[in-house]
Design a protein around this ligand. Structure first.
Ligand code: SAH
Ligand code: SF4
Ligand code: F3S
Length: 471
């Protein structure tokens, strides 16, 4: 068959094989194995993409390591806030020296930051030691792009503006054998006025339910017991499919998969969280008792300027409904402080919601101006000192409440999925409850990936020390 007649996945396997031969040749010439490292910034979407990059690098024959002096280093970047970008430039500056010592090494960049034309211009001008640049829409072409870099012997740049393509069945390597993220949709259509994600991840596209179910069945057959369904707004899953299917319906189907024990998902946009979903969460015991429900602001006026399309009151009502249906549920959130025009009164509304909801934890962010978003040109940007002061007050409130909320399970017995041997104390293992709270207890590596009933003996602010209960 000619290469033009292959499916996209088959084409990529062809390039994987070609690169594999090249790697084998280099290893022979050098008399040592070639190594590769994937460095990930940003959210769970990027973490999952990095598993795909790792899968391809391994198939090509690279040996994965945790070091930026590897023969192939790829940075999977994030641009959601300014400091995410600064960190990448910092790493790249440092890599100039590293590459001087190993001139054969490849440095690659991909991810959300690469979808911004100014970034790519800057890289072309000032970071000539970078070998390969691609974006979020053509990550499936990774092997083909490596092949091009090998043969063209110059910087390769391939950025797509958008795509409607979803390429299935490419290799991927899971970071943990027992749990994984599963993309159910890509992109975002919400255009919250502060947020760059819709510009760098493109329009919302849902995967076909059959493809999702097939992927989950296959990872479960391979030892996975917990999946995290990923999307920028999972609650709008399936609306644009030829045969529409709601997120709640998808969840029901996923919960029927034998051998799968836990299902998580993120992120839930409050405006699209349906009663149907709340009901499914209440009924399906495999769905974890945790919901990440970003608030962003507690002020209805600011929410309106943010284009979030809910109000303080409707958000609080939603939380009440959730708690009525799932009494023990842990609720976590994201909050932005210092959005343009935020007054002290607006900020106090946010504090009020924090006190009313009593989150298990909250990620708090200082508003970061993202060029190209509507908020970047809004008037009344809040002075830095005011933002810092509000941020500190919010953080303190959030942490005090979280410590109190977290202790509600003290003395009870909870199922804990063991994730790893404790880094500080090898006599302990570390795992997570259904509510996502971390628990440390006595055990060894043989428990990794197992669900163990544990008595929660003492709460230490945000985590527990427990004792395994003999079955
Ligand atoms: N799709 C998710 C969020 C993805 S971005 C949702 O709708 O909730 C993760 C978090 O980063 C957001 O929830 C928001 O709190 C924060 N964030 C996004 N843009 C930001 C910006 N410009 N400044 C500060 N924080 C931002
Ligand atoms: Fe950004 Fe809003 Fe989309 Fe979340 S829903 S990714 S905050 S635009
Ligand atoms: Fe960052 Fe892209 Fe995720 S901008 S938060 S890595 S979608």
């Amino acid at each position: 068959m000619r290469i033009e007649e292959l499916t996209e996945a088959q084409r990529q396997y062809y390039y994987i094989e070609q690169c594999h031969q090249w790697v084998a040749g280099r290893e022979k010439a050098l008399g040592r194995p070639l190594t590769a490292a994937v460095i990930t910034f940003g959210c769970q979407m990027n973490a999952r993409d990095s598993e795909k990059l790792t899968g391809i690098l391994e198939k090509i024959g690279y040996h994965m390591v945790d070091s930026e002096s590897a023969d192939f280093v790829i940075y999977n970047t994030c641009t959601v806030r300014e400091n995410a970008n600064m960190r990448v430039y910092g790493r790249l500056g440092h890599m100039k020296q590293v590459k001087r010592k190993n001139p054969d090494m490849f440095i690659a960049l991909c991810g959300c930051m690469m979808q911004e034309p100014e970034v790519v211009e800057k890289l072309k001008k000032s970071y000539r030691h970078v070998d390969l640049i691609f974006g979020t829409h053509n990550i499936f072409k990774f092997a083909e792009l490596i092949y091009r870099r090998i043969h063209e012997e110059k910087m390769v740049i391939d950025i797509w503006k958008d795509t409607d393509q979803i390429v299935e069945d490419l290799p991927n390597d899971r970071k943990y054998p027992f749990k994984t993220g599963i993309n159910i949709m890509f992109g975002c259509n919400n255009f919250c006025s502060y947020c760059i994600v819709p510009y760098v991840r493109g329009r919302e596209r849902s995967r076909q339910p059959e493809d999702i179910l097939r992927e989950i069945e296959s990872v479960v057959a391979d030892g996975v017991v917990e999946v995290m369904l990923l999307g920028q707004n999972v609650n709008s899953y399936g609306k644009n499919l030829e045969e529409p299917l709601s997120f709640a319906e998808l969840l029901r189907k996923i919960c029927r998969i034998d051998g799968l024990l836990r299902v998580r998902f993120m992120t839930s946009h409050p405006k699209d969280l349906s009663d149907e979903l709340i009901q499914v969460m209440a009924e399906e015991t495999k769905i974890c008792r945790h919901l990440h429900l970003p608030l962003q602001s507690g002020s209805t006026e600011i929410l309106d300027k943010m284009n979030r399309r809910y109000t303080k009151e409707s958000y609080l009502r939603l939380v009440d409904k959730l708690r009525a249906a799932c009494p023990d549920i842990s609720i976590t959130t994201d909050i932005i402080v210092g959005f343009p025009g935020e007054t002290e009164d607006d900020f106090l509304e946010t504090m009020d919601v924090v006190r009313k909801v009593r989150y298990d934890s909250a990620y708090t962010f200082i508003y970061s101006k993202r060029t190209g978003t509507p908020a970047a040109v809004m008037e009344n940007q809040v002075p830095e000192t005011v933002v810092k002061d509000r941020f500190n007050r919010l953080l303190e409130e959030v942490q005090t409440i979280a410590a109190d909320v977290c202790s509600r399970f003290e003395g009870s017995i909870q199922d804990v999925l063991v994730e790893e041997v404790n880094h500080q104390d090898p006599e302990l293992v570390t795992g997570r409850m259904s509510s996502n709270i971390v628990v440390h207890f006595k055990g060894d590596a043989s428990l990794i990936g197992k669900i163990v009933p544990v008595k929660l003996t003492s709460c230490r602010n945000f985590y527990y020390i427990g004792e395994p209960v003999q079955a």
